[in-house]
Design a protein around this ligand. Sequence first.
Ligand SMILES: C[S@@+](CC[C@H](N)C(=O)[O-])C[C@H]1O[C@@H](n2cnc3c(N)ncnc32)[C@H](O)[C@@H]1O
Length: 350
Amino acid sequence: MSTQADALAERLFGAAIGTFDLAGVYLGDRLGWYRNLATDGPATPDELAVRTGTDARYAREWLEQQAVTGILEVDEAGRFTLPDAHAEVLADPTGLSFMAPLSRMVAAAVGQLPAVVDAYRSGGGVGWESYGADMREGQASFNRPALTHLLGAEWLPAIDDVDARLKADPPARVADVACGEGWSTLAIARAYPKARVVGFDLDEPSIEAARRHAADEGMADAVEFRGGDAARLEGPFDVAIIVEAVHDMANPVPVLRAIRESLVDGGSLIVVDERVAERFTAPGDELERFMYGWSITTCLPDGRSRAPSVATGTVMRPDTLRAYAGEAGFGSVEILPVENDFFRFYRLQG
Ligand SMILES: C[S@@+](CC[C@H](N)C(=O)[O-])C[C@H]1O[C@@H](n2cnc3c(N)ncnc32)[C@H](O)[C@@H]1O
């Protein structure tokens, strides 16, 4: 084998091991094993199985795999421990290091590959709903910590006039468009108690989950959630926001236009979307590879599942958004100086 072939073969072998790491994380998350090890402490396979109502033989295999791959530690007596630092990543759904939901999203994406293959042949699509609860809940849970801790505490406060309007009287009317399970809606309402925040999403199970989360957080009266296509949204609103969703919309221009028409004079639409490179370059960095991974498996097939579709894909470059905004009638698109590794922040106005 040439050195180049060797390098690729090794890289794919490593990727297979990484895939199995995610599969192990999926099992540990879904079976409550990480949470149990984090709250009830170290366990033998039998103890973990009894404590979680699961099968001891499978528990042993998983615990051994987790120790072999370096996620759990094992002592001489055969008791397995989840180190605190790993518990942050795997068992704390509100912590900023929480990564377990990524395993659910990847599992959902991979699970739809046969349908994606068909779509690639026919030019059709695979709708968000087809990716099921693992994608919907995984997406919501993956974004939840950042939305909960940063959206209202750092991101919106960094946009001075929007921050001021959200705090002012008369109470600001806020549209959280394509809110998914509503963590952003709840975060805005928590940070700006005067504002009246409405979350919109096309996906009914997401809206139902958002209402449940609001009730669980004691915020059912503080927010409102509405199902349906945001292209039919009606205002007036002082501020609108779309988090990680413009690139998923089959046809974003009518949604952007409806938002523009619903905004009061001087109102802003904040778009939070992927911090991809300004233009296509290959090879790309890790973020670009990550985003293309979502695009080939999920966002592009999802975006093409409804007609008409502009077929954006995850890798929405700033110029693409500028073009959509212009078509929707917005006079300006500004890239905001908000720091984040994954997201770029835009303000659409006029
Ligand atoms: C990747 S998810 C992001 C959800 C949420 N903002 C978050 O950050 O977790 C994209 C969402 O866009 C919603 N969506 C796509 N097109 C829409 C439309 N035309 N109107 C309303 N929601 C839409 C989908 O239903 C899905 O919940």
